[in-house]
Design a protein around this ligand. Structure first.
Ligand code: ITT
Ligand code: NA
Length: 216
């Protein structure tokens, strides 16, 4: 059994399209203060695995608005809970009125930990859309534990680029209503449509491929 350690049901719903044996586990792991989604997710996965004793994934995600220097980024959850997504939309709109562009990216890093080492093998994951964003640290691959100790963690990253717009749609969750990709906000998409283009869908596709091979 694979446990998705999250309080966000929307994440688990999206994961079900890629993983048939996944279930949510509510465990309040420490979200470290870091600019790196990968560090946050990796540490969370180690802590959650130590707690659960089962294979776990932790996913840390954020919205990075170009004209706002990447804000709210790793602080997306805090910003949503305090000022709300509309306030981020208004900040981006103000920048747009001053001639800045309205581009943004959603990033997601999935960290997997089952307490075991990972065998070095020819990379089973298609690296065709490998992302090398400094903002989130390493792309998928076993991390080297340099920034923390504990069992190894395998990381998978996904990114989608889009534009910040006035809120539209009532699907999805979080910042989906203000994030437009190819003319449609993510809140106007079905789960299947969102997964096909989203940061989490891309990370889940890479993870699912690797995980299925690992469990064979
Ligand atoms: P857990 O930490 O319990 O998994 P969370 O919702 O806090 O749940 P994150 O820290 O990864 O998850 O999310 C950071 C913020 O980004 C939070 O405000 C989310 O609503 C938002 N977010 C994450 N993924 C998103 C997505 O696919 N679409 C829209 N907003 C998203
Ligand atoms: Na979180």
């Amino acid at each position: 059994m694979l446990r998705y350690v999250t309080t966000n049901e929307g994440k688990v719903a999206e994961a079900r399209e890629y993983l048939d044996d996944v279930s949510a586990l509510e465990f309040d792991y420490t979200e470290i203060q870091s600019d790196s989604l990968a560090d946050i997710a990796a540490r969370g996965a180690r802590e959650a695995h130590a707690h659960a004793g089962e294979p776990v994934i932790v996913d840390d995600a954020g919205l990075f608005v170009d004209a706002l220097g990447g804000f709210p980024g790793p602080y997306s959850s805090y910003v949503e809970d305090t000022v709300g997504i509309e306030a981020v939309g208004r900040l981006a709109e103000r920048e747009r009125d001053e001639g800045e562009d309205d581009r943004a990216a959603f990033r997601c890093v999935i960290a997997y930990c089952d307490g075991e080492e990972f065998t070095a093998s020819p990379d089973p994951v298609d690296r065709g859309d490998r992302v090398t964003a400094a903002a989130t640290g390493p792309d998928e691959g076993a991390d080297d534990g340099s920034s923390s100790s504990g069992p190894p963690v395998k990381l998978f990253e996904g990114v989608v680029r889009g534009r910040i717009v006035e809120p539209r749609g009532d699907g999805g969750f979080g910042y989906d209503p203000i994030f437009e990709h190819d003319g449609t906000t993510m809140a106007e998409m079905s789960t299947v449509e969102k997964n096909a283009i989203s940061h989490r869908g891309r990370a889940l596709a890479k993870f699912g491929e690797w995980y299925h091979e690992r469990s064979e």
